[in-house]
Design a protein around this ligand. Structure first.
Ligand code: SAM
Length: 410
């Protein structure tokens, strides 16, 4: 089945839940309109702690019993059917540099080097866009035995990368990947180039007829902070506020990660309550100002003391902290339950956004594979596009016909 055909189904499923995507669950007594309209409130609020965590970790379907409303179970089943094939990646081991490379990054690089070994094709040169320190660039250049260009916008990273690359076939370019063009015979590579940069890389690779090897991430980072416009004609214009859902870890199997994230969020809610009780006027997210993100892993008493001191506010007694934390926990439990269907749409949204990139290539005659490159535990942003350009001489139009329906705007 072509990516374009699957993309159309994913986009249609997302479209029937557009109000869900757009309706963030905030605190307060009233559930969001999309929960009430579908009659899901009672079933969601009745979820046990274990069922809730199962839903957040393994997908919506894992939270639901046969008592749940049919429309909620249908959504759970649809999401399971479409996202489960992208949950596990085959174990692959290629070579990765070790010096100065964190363990998680090393495993990403090893998996990509292993995957690239399986992909055939004549390649003259490798171009890695958003190369960072070039660890992946060096690994792939060595694995393929070809020269490589590492395109990096940050001069400090490029300088460090150049030092690491001494004696190798990798050369750094301090350049803007948004406008960097490619040549036929290039193998264009990107590991986590953020949002709009990934879209630009896909368009420019297709324009040159270059092969592509791209792991997407941070799809919420659009050029102008507006909605992301699709590359294909599949209707998938997602509002900026919903794009962040594609960056969640829900349904990807990472229980401890989700529990830790939820504990941090509960503390944020508690801090919000505490600051409000001190008369502080807070806009959305303002409670975190002045407290380092990592500090939310500490006990709430320490988080509260830091925030109050920073703002020159009187301290809190142990009783006040205990009551506030308990109230926040109840509020957060309610928000988590009501938000579960919305969070559960995140992976499908990510698949559709990455699928839009893949379908764009497919429509230009590329042979395309969309697959998880490594397990989500290594990095949840693991969706890889392997795009093999059509043989040269085949016109774009022929390529489009061969690759099936779908047209471009880019
Ligand atoms: C998330 S990091 C990934 C780095 C590397 N590929 C890796 O996986 O370790 C994204 C990199 O893209 C670079 N970058 C961001 N915007 C860029 C642009 N417009 N052109 C080139 N590089 C860019 C950043 O400086 C950063 O090094």
């Amino acid at each position: 089945v072509s990516v374009a055909a699957r993309l159309r189904v994913w986009a249609a499923l997302l479209d029937t839940h557009r109000d869900v995507l757009e309706g963030r669950v905030l605190g307060g007594a009233t559930p969001p309109a999309w929960v009430a309209a579908r009659g899901w409130g009672e079933a969601l609020l009745a979820l046990s702690d274990d069922a809730l965590l199962a839903g957040e970790t393994r997908g919506l379907a894992a939270a639901l019993t046969s008592d749940a409303p049919a429309s909620l179970r249908a959504l759970g089943a649809d999401l399971e059917a479409w996202t489960a094939p992208f949950r596990r990646a085959p174990a692959r081991d290629g070579a990765s540099p070790t010096r100065g490379v964190k363990a998680r990054k090393r495993r990403q690089i090893a998996a990509l080097a292993g995957r690239l070994r399986e992909a055939s094709g004549p390649r003259r040169r490798l171009v890695d866009v958003g190369a960072g320190h070039g660890h992946l660039t060096r690994a792939l250049s060595e694995a393929l035995g070809i020269e490589a260009r590492a395109v990096e916008a940050d001069p400090a990273r490029a300088e460090r990368g150049s030092t690491l690359a001494e004696g190798s076939a990798v050369r750094f370019e301090v350049a803007d990947g948004m406008t960097r063009r490619f040549a036929p015979g290039d193998l264009v590579v990107g590991l986590h180039p953020c949002g709009a940069l990934g879209d630009a890389v896909v368009r420019h690779a297709a324009a040159a007829g270059a092969d592509l090897f791209l792991v997407s991430c941070c799809l919420q980072k659009t050029v102008d902070g507006g909605p992301r416009r699709p590359l294909t004609d599949v209707p998938l214009t997602v509002p900026r506020a919903a794009l962040g859902l594609a960056n969640l870890t829900h349904g990807l199997g990472d229980g401890p990660g989700i529990e830790a994230a939820m504990a941090r969020r509960s503390k944020r809610l508690a801090l919000r309550r505490l600051l409000r009780a001190r008369g502080v006027d807070l806009g959305p997210g303002d409670e975190v100002r002045g407290v380092h993100r990592r500090h939310f892993e500490r006990p709430f008493a320490e988080v509260a003391a830091e925030a109050l001191t920073r703002r020159g506010l009187p301290g809190a007694s142990a009783d006040e902290l205990r009551d506030i934390e308990a109230a926040a926990r109840v509020e957060h439990g309610r928000i988590r339950r009501l938000a579960l269907p919305r969070s559960a749409l995140g992976r499908l949204l990510e698949l559709a956004l990455v699928g839009d990139r893949a379908a764009y290539l497919e429509a230009r005659g590329y042979r395309v594979s969309l697959e998880p490159a490594f397990d989500a535990a290594i990095s949840p942003r693991n969706l890889l596009i392997v795009g093999t350009a059509p043989p040269r001489g085949l016109s774009r139009r022929d390529g489009a016909r061969r690759g099936g329906p779908g047209s471009s705007r880019g």
